[in-house]
Design a protein around this ligand. Structure first.
Ligand code: FEO
Length: 394
């Protein structure tokens, strides 16, 4: 339990969760995570920005007590998801005089998720300000920076942005600020893939809006604080752009080696044609790494054996996930092997209905790949090369 000053009169009072290994029972957390909460003292009023996951509420309270905080006037809730709002009931118990400041949608969610009494809440609209005396908070509604009720808060005089999930990343680090930008870039890209990628078109506008604010610091609610906002803003601008790279992602499962041989052949054929390939064996893949690779890949080739009459369930899971994450891939295909029949390719293509792709002719064969299969895989590699050349990314 430790609180640290990020700027004069502004303290990080959150919690580090070194042990957590999965988020939303879905997203692997190889580096743990943090729940960042910030205390801002103005000349007249004191505000707390976000709380922490309820599993860590004691740490938040101890941090506040260690700082000698006897009164909190406002608790700003930027996002209703419980890793940021879940300690609100406890904080309100400790500081019953505090008003919860949030937008209308978030207020409704706080009522239904945490049974917070609506009369304790002060609703703000897009662009509205709240004075702390010599400091001013301005709120911007930013729907779909994870959930539809999300907002960001800007501390105008200090030019510090508190964007909650946006621009953060999952890491429990003793470093208050980002120091190693290359490592932070990688973690942030993975986080973007897992959390923000489905909302790429909304986030595009927010990146521009934040650039115009010209913040001196970005203090998200996961991971260290960005003292060089340009790094994360440039990275986001790239990820949300329509640009794709000369990369083919191949998530696959092979039960008896036939599909594996097809993946190996296609991988080699693509490399020979100057294309980067990222195969993922789904039996032991970290699904976050698969999501990461999809951020700017141009093509996905799903490779599956046939189980009974359709694709392998591990492949179904990965394809479902890829579909809901909505990467900006432009082309898709399916390869794989069957024993006695099935409709794997059709089923996989149908599952990619949220991704706007052109489907390149699949290669689905009976049994072990033979000479005809090799010819068909070479044809698929040629088709992919042609498409990448048309986009001028080779
Ligand atoms: Fe970090 Fe959407 O919660």
């Amino acid at each position: 339990m430790v609180s640290r000053e990020i700027a004069k009169g502004i303290h990080w009072v959150g919690a580090l969760d070194f042990d957590r290994r999965i988020f939303d029972e879905l997203i692997p957390l190889p580096e743990g995570t943090s729940y960042n909460s910030y205390l801002i003292r103005g000349s007249n009023k004191t505000a707390l920005i976000d709380t922490v996951d309820p599993a860590k509420e004691e740490e938040l309270i101890v941090n506040l007590l260690k700082l000698g905080i006897e009164r909190i006037d406002y608790i700003v809730i930027n996002h209703a998801e419980q890793d940021h709002s879940g300690s609100l009931p406890m904080v309100l118990e400790m500081y019953p005089m505090a008003r919860v400041v949030t937008n209308e949608k978030c207020r409704d969610l706080l009522v239904s998720l945490l049974q917070i009494q609506p009369e304790t809440m002060q609703v703000v609209k897009d662009g509205e300000t709240l004075s702390l005396g010599d400091r001013t908070l301005r709120f911007f509604l930013t729907p779909w920076t994870h959930w539809p009720e999300t907002q960001i808060t800007y501390l105008e005089e200090d030019r510090i942005l508190f964007p909650c999930d946006l621009f953060g990343f999952h890491a429990a680090s003793s470093e208050l600020y980002v120091t190693n930008e290359a490592e932070a870039y990688r973690s942030a890209k993975r986080y973007y893939a897992e959390i923000m990628m489905p909302f790429r078109s909304s986030i595009k506008g927010y990146v521009q809006k934040v650039r115009e604010l010209n913040p001196a610091m970005i203090a998200p609610s996961h991971g260290p604080v960005h003292r060089n906002p340009k790094m994360i803003l440039d990275a986001y601008a790239d990820w949300v752009s329509d640009d794709v790279k000369n990369v083919v992602v191949i998530p696959y499962v092979s039960m008896h080696g036939s599909t594996r041989k097809m993946v190996d052949h296609l991988t080699a054929a693509l490399i020979e044609r100057g294309i980067d390939v990222k195969p993922f064996n789904l039996t032991h893949t970290d699904i976050g790494e698969l999501a990461y690779s999809l951020v700017d890949a141009s093509t996905i080739v799903v490779a599956t054996p046939t189980v009974l009459f359709g694709p392998h369930p591990q492949v179904v899971y990965a394809t479902y996930l890829a579909n809901v994450l909505k990467p900006k891939v432009r082309f898709a295909s399916v390869i794989g092997s069957f024993g006695w029949g099935g409709k794997s390719a059709e089923m996989i293509v149908k599952m990619l209905d949220h991704v706007k792709v052109e489907v390149l002719e699949p290669v689905v064969i009976k049994g072990m790949p033979d000479e005809a299969a090799v010819v068909a895989l070479n044809r698929l590699a040629d088709d992919i090369l042609k498409k990448h050349k048309e986009m001028k990314i080779v």
